[in-house]
Each structure stands twice: as structure tokens, then as C-alpha cells.
Design a protein around this ligand. Structure first.
Ligand SMILES: Nc1ncnc2c1ncn2[C@@H]1O[C@H](COP(=O)(O)OP(=O)(O)OP(=O)(O)O)[C@@H](O)[C@H]1O
Length: 205
């Protein structure tokens, strides 16, 4: 069980490419929540995740993690967050298993094999990542969700490369995570299992 966590977005103004993506947006989330950011293509969903994780800065406003301003106490957020961006960020010179070992050097072979099996990559452990399809590379990235112990997950379109069984496995993993006090913020154009009680944030200007 994760200790209690909170994320507060306070009076956020986001501008990108000389266009406002949101004006004075505020919302609060805590452990046990799953939040979906809605918006059409280009609305700013990925940008909002990047601002929360600190890759981009807002025009104005503050992101608080456990009550601390993350622009000042960035380490507090970074030690607790798993951010899976839009790109697979796979190291193509590494094998599939090595790509996971890079992030989880202490994981057992069994744990890595299990994570890969969930994303339908059993048998690909030693395959060079450069030989996989875009969807398979995305699945390597997603396998990290079965190895991480971070409480805060920021997931940019995690369902994109998954088939029906993969979607169901990911929804189960997300359900387990929030049951353990984790917090998930994700972007997706897809409907999510209603039983997950998803909170929704709309980016519409
Ligand atoms: N590197 C960049 N430099 C300047 N503007 C950018 C850059 N990347 C994206 N943008 C602009 O920021 C806006 C928001 O982009 P973002 O990727 O956050 O949208 P999104 O809602 O995640 O879209 P999608 O659903 O297509 O993934 C878009 O209008 C886009 O043109």
C-alpha cells in the first residue's frame, strides 16, 4: 500500500506555439484516483502531462505534489513518478529484456519475464529492440507498469498499441494500482472501463 499522496494543479495557464491551451485551470487529485485528460488532437493533453512532470513549464500557475511546489522541490515528484510519454523511448541497441533492466536493474528474471508476458512479448527477451514493430516497442515501455513501485503514474495514450487482451490487462493493472493508493493521470481517446470511476478533466478552449 502506498502512503497517502496528493497532486494539486493551481491556476495553471498554458501557452504553446503562441496559443493558449488552458486558462486558469485548477484541480486536485489524491491517491486512489484515476484521472483522464480529455481533448481533441492538439488540445494540450500531452503538454499538460509534461508540465506536471516538469519537462515543460506553465505560463503561470503551480503544480503541488504532497503540498510542495514541484518547480522548487522537483526531486519529491521525481522519486515518486513514472511518466510514460507518447514515444516509446526504447534503446534500440538493447535487447527487449535489457530495455527493462535499464530501469529496473534489481528485477529478477522471473519478474521481467512476467511483465513481458502480460504485454504479449514472451519469447522476445533476447531479441534486439530494433527488430520490433512500433506497437511492440510501445509494449516494452508499458511492461514497466508491471515492474514499478512508483505511486504516481502519468501515462500518455497507454492503450494505443494494445489489443483487446492488452487493454484488459492494463485496466486490471490500473485497478490494482489505485486500490493500493496509487494515483494515475492518463490521456486516451478510448473509453475506459466505467468501474474504474475515472475522473475527467476537459481541455477545451
Ligand atoms: N514542440 C512543440 N513546439 C511548439 N508547439 C508544440 C510542440 N508540440 C506540440 N505543440 C503544440 O501544442 C499543442 C498541444 O499539443 P499536445 O501534443 O499537447 O496535444 P494533444 O492534446 O496531446 O494532442 P494529440 O491528441 O494529437 O496527442 C498543439 O497545438 C501543438 O501544435
Amino acid at each position: 500500500m502506498h502512503s497517502s499522496i496528493s497532486l494539486n494543479i493551481s491556476n495553471l495557464w498554458i501557452e504553446r506555439g503562441e496559443r493558449y491551451l488552458c486558462k486558469d485551470m485548477s484541480f486536485s487529485l489524491s491517491g486512489g484516483d484515476i484521472c483522464k485528460i480529455n481533448g481533441e488532437n492538439g488540445a494540450g493533453k500531452s503538454t499538460l502531462l509534461k508540465i506536471i512532470v516538469g519537462i515543460l513549464s506553465p505560463l503561470e500557475g503551480t503544480v503541488y505534489y504532497n503540498g510542495e511546489d514541484v518547480s522548487i522541490h522537483r526531486d519529491l515528484l521525481h522519486q515518486d513518478v513514472l511518466y510514460l510519454g507518447h514515444n516509446s523511448a526504447i534503446k534500440s541497441v538493447f535487447s527487449v529484456a535489457e530495455n527493462l533492466r535499464w530501469y529496473f536493474p534489481n528485477a529478477s528474471d522471473e519478474a521481467i519475464a512476467y511483465a513481458l508476458s502480460v504485454v504479449s512479448l514472451s519469447g522476445y527477451e533476447e531479441t534486439p529492440s530494433s527488430q520490433l514493430s512500433a506497437g511492440q516497442k510501445r509494449r516494452i515501455t508499458l511492461a514497466r507498469l508491471w515492474l514499478t513501485d512508483k505511486p504516481l503514474w502519468l501515462l500518455d495514450e497507454p492503450f494505443t498499441a494494445l489489443d483487446v487482451q492488452g487493454v484488459s490487462s492494463l485496466e486490471k493493472r490500473m485497478r490494482d494500482h489505485i486500490s493500493n493508493g496509487g494515483l494515475i493521470i492518463l490521456t486516451t481517446h478510448q473509453d475506459i472501463d466505467a468501474s474504474l470511476n475515472v475522473k475527467e478533466i476537459n481541455l477545451t478552449l
